[in-house]
Write a protein that binds this ligand. Sequence first.
Ligand code: SF4
Length: 115
Amino acid sequence: MEPRLYQLSTRENSSFGGNDIEMPKVSRCSVSQCSYNENESCHASAITVGDKPDESRCDTFVQSDINGGFKKTVAGVGACKASDCRFNERLECVSPNIQVGVQDGNSTCLTFTMR
Ligand code: SF4
């Protein structure tokens, strides 16, 4: 059986930047309690923002005895459910990068900007 190839181009029609937008990077995360965090850097491959629609919390936050991710990995934003954010298109983040930190006791996307 022939392997199938899938094209991953969910952000190609973004009004923020045209075709082939890269996955936004998590340029800084200060949530040191998270298992993916080391030295204010997130090492998950990709995070999801918004544990519920229209919230800007990091849904990938986890506390564990395991050190999450790989040191050379800089996390990207795989998906974002915060549809009230001006950087959100079709439940995808189109900001070039984001910062995550603690706000009101929760790990939160600090780049969130209300439309
Ligand atoms: S900047 Fe907005 S769209 Fe991007 S991850 Fe943060 S809340 Fe989601």
